[in-house]
Structure formats: C-alpha cells, structure tokens
Design a protein around this ligand. Structure first.
Ligand code: NAD
Length: 424
C-alpha cells in the first residue's frame, strides 16, 4: 500500500487500512490514473478538537473529538457522529471515505464525512452528554453548515443528540437551521421514515438478493448481530416480510431460537431492559456463536472488524448483509468469496440511512414535508436501483460484490472530479 502524503501508513488491522485496501482493489479494476487515485485516497480535511465539559459535580473534564471530510467533488459532505471510547482518527478517516463511496453508490449528491468523540456515553448523565454535544457541535461548527457538511447520528448518538446539535448551531446563527443535521426528531424538521431507514435499506437489498436467487423472506432464517438502530429495524422489517429471525445479539451477548424469536415481545423487552440478554423463549449464546449460527442470512449490524480470518470459515449463512460499516476484514472477504457466500457490501446494504437523510435535508431546505409512504417508496426505489447497478458491475467486470460496489462508486466520484478539474 502506498504511504499517504504525510509519509504515514495506517496501522494494519485498522479500519482505515481496510478502507484503503478495498480502495486499491477497486482503483486497479478501474485502471484509475495514479494521480487521481492518490487524490481520492486522501481525506480532504481533518479537524481534531480538544474541548472541556463541566461535569455535574462542577469539575472540568477534557474530551477529544474529530470531524473528517473525505471528498466534496459531488456535493457537501455527509456522515454520522459517533460517541465511543474506541473512536480514533484512523477509524473516522475510514468511515468518512466509506461515506463518500456510499453516497455515490446510491447516486445522491454528497461527499463523505464522519465525526466522533472519544467517550463512554454510558458513564455520563444526560445533562453532561448534552453539554458535551453542544460544545462539540460548537467546536466543529467552523466546518459544518447545511451547504458544506451535514452530520447525522451513528453509534451511541440518536435523534436527541441531533436535536442538541441543531439547536446549538441555530443559537449561534440567531435563527433555526434544521438542515444543518439529519436524523432529528420529526417535531423539529426531522423526516418521517428516517429512524428505520437504514434497517429498511438492509431489508430491501436483502429482498433483492433473495429474489435474484429465486428465494423469498418466507423461506429464510436470519441472524442479526447488533440490536441497535440498524439491527433492530432490519430484524423487525425482515420479520414483517415473513423471515424467521433465529438469533440476535448486542454488546450484552446473544439469544437464539431455531424456531424463530418473538420479535414484538423482544421489542417490548429491549425497550424495558435495554439489552437482549435474559429474554425468555430463547437460549443465551455468545456473539462468536451468533456469527456461526445455522441460518440463511447473517446481518452484521454492530461494529467494524467482526468477520475476520479467524471466524469467517465458521459462517453457515449463504448470504451476508452488512448493516454495519466495515464489519468484514479483507482477509475474511476472500474466505467468504471462496465459500461462495453472496455478499451485500456495507456501502450498498446500509445506504438507506444516508438516503433518507438526503430526503430530510431536501425537505428542510424547502420547508416542504413528504408523507411516510412517499419517503419509503422513494427509498425502496433508490435502494433497489443501486442493488441492480452493483449487480450489473459484477456481471460486466467479473469481480466480487464488494469490489463491484466500490468500482461503481469510485468511478462516479472520479468522473465528477475529472469533469470539475483539479483547481486551480
Ligand atoms: P447503535 O448504537 O444504535 O447500535 C449498535 C448495536 O451494536 C447495539 O445493539 C450494541 O449493543 C451492539 N454492539 C456493540 N458492540 C458490540 C459487540 N462487540 N458485539 C455485538 N454487538 C455489539 O448503532 P447503529 O446506529 O445501529 O449502528 C450500527 C452500525 O451501523 C455501525 O457500524 C454504524 O456505523 C452503521 N450504520 C448506521 C447507520 C444509522 O443510520 N444509524 C447508517 C449506516 C451505517
């Protein structure tokens, strides 16, 4: 792998190393000009902020956060904000790069960004989290606006976090600016259909893949790793289509029942108990056992680097739908491909969220709101078209599904960059 312009290489095993490895494969298939490839492999700008937050006991604690814009040739940057103790700059760079490709796969006019704060949010009170969010929003507001960079929720952030972001930015401006973030509550300019959109995209792309294989949700068993925003809605929506959800997990561990889990009861249980652990009518399993569980469809919807060279061979599913970003390492990719597993790669599979975010931004800019049916119908059309476009690349280039999705995306970004030209 070529070093970056500052002479560094991301550490092997980091999400950024994975993202760059994937990029090199796709750039080679596209025979990209070396200078253009070098431009696309670099983030455009990176902001690191160290900022103080007053805790409830009156003491001051410092936090570190990042906002990275990967590429802006197709439009303003878009990407989530993550609160997690393991956030680091290389992870944020990788996630920003994947956002650029994701927006291009579904052909929406954005570049990619990502942000994060190194924090265990469970250790803070709601008031502390609110102050942290407001201060972080202020710190990154120098590179954030509805025209330039529009954040959204990600791991451990949600509609409330976005409400605080939007309010903070609006207070500085002196008027309400709902279009500065997406994933807001509907009451303050959020979009209907946003909360379940990523899970819906996972469901739609899985449905298209099943159709291609002459199957339907009615005859498949599904295991879902991660039961947060993406995993829970993916599970509910696939179950609504007739799928049997046989196993789910979260950070507390997993639960399984080969006869199928009672999803409505599980929804109530998690609303009360926060985690899936202890749900009656299911056996307790570990996250490692979930990945190897006997099923047709495995949907990793938690974090990066879950399917690795150590466990890929144990996967029994014949279809893997990547709800999470970067859940599979390049070494594991090769093993899945050799096993003939049908992969719906992350930048396609989980693009429903950013697509609905795009709808939210468009509605906010126009102050004109659509019905939930309109939103879901538009989302389904875009996701199904993107799936077909990726499959067309698979046929045309005779490459694996991940490379095909990246080739489609990187080709679109390279075309826009070429048309615009390198400034000055
Ligand atoms: P979330 O915080 O709502 O949920 C994450 C889930 O993963 C939780 O259930 C958590 O308990 C579980 N988890 C954490 N560590 C785990 C582990 N080691 N093993 C098993 N489960 C674990 O986050 P989310 O928004 O659902 O995001 C999940 C993934 O989807 C991330 O990779 C995120 O980047 C990606 N994603 C999210 C969106 C979105 O709209 N929220 C869109 C695209 C991609």
């Amino acid at each position: 792998m070529k070093p970056l312009a500052d002479g560094t290489l991301p550490p092997k095993g980091s999400a950024y190393h994975v993202a760059l490895t994937q990029f090199e494969q796709a750039a080679a298939v596209l025979s990209l000009d070396e200078g253009m490839a070098d431009f696309l492999r670099h983030p455009k700008r990176e902001l690191t902020v160290n900022f103080p937050v007053t805790l409830d006991d009156g003491s001051i604690r410092m936090f570190t956060g990042y906002r990275v814009h990967h590429n802006t040739v197709r439009g303003p940057t878009k990407g989530g904000i993550r609160f997690h103790p393991k956030v680091d700059l290389n992870e944020v760079r990788a996630l920003a790069m994947w956002m650029t490709w994701k927006c291009a796969v579904v052909n929406i006019p954005y570049g990619g960004a990502k942000g994060g704060v190194i924090v265990e949010p469970g250790e803070l009170s709601t008031a502390e989290l609110r102050r942290l969010t407001r201060r972080f929003a202020t710190e990154i507001s120098i590179i954030m606006s509805p025209d330039s960079d529009i954040p959204a929720p990600d791991v451990n952030t949600n509609a409330q976090t976005m409400a605080w972001f939007m309010d903070t930015y609006s207070m500085h401006k002196g008027y309400s600016v709902p279009a500065v973030v997406t994933g807001k509550p509907v009451a303050i300019g959020g979009s209907l259909g946003r909360v379940d959109a990523t899970g819906r995209g996972v469901m739609v792309t899985t449905r298209e893949a099943l159709k291609l294989k002459g199957r339907s949700f009615k005859d498949v068993a599904v295991a879902v790793q991660g039961f947060g925003n993406v995993g829970s809605y993916a599970a509910y929506l696939m179950a609504n289509e007739g799928a049997k959800i046989v196993a789910v997990s979260d950070v507390s561990g997993g639960i399984a029942n080969p006869q199928g889990l009672d999803l409505p009861a599980l929804k109530d249980y998690v609303a009360k108990n926060k985690f899936v652990k202890g749900f009656v009518g299911a056996d307790a399993i570990t996250n490692a056992e979930l990945l190897a569980y006997s099923c047709d469809v495995l949907a990793p919807c938690a974090l990066e680097n879950q399917i690795t060279a150590q466990n890929a061979d144990k996967i029994q599913a014949w279809l893997v739908a990547e709800g999470a970003n970067g859940p599979t390492t390049p070494e594991a990719d090769k093993i899945l491909e050799d096993k003939g597993i049908f992969l719906i790669p992350d930048i396609l599979c989980n693009a429903g969220g950013v697509t609905a975010s795009y709808f939210e931004w468009v509605q906010d800019l126009q102050s004109f709101f659509w019905t939930e049916d309109e939103i879901n119908a538009r989302l389904e059309r875009i996701m199904a078209e993107a799936f077909q476009a990726v499959m067309a690349e698979v046929e045309k280039r005779r490459v694996g599904h991940r490379v095909a999705a990246q080739v489609l995306a990187i080709g679109r970004v390279a075309e826009a960059a070429t048309l615009r030209g390198i400034y000055p």
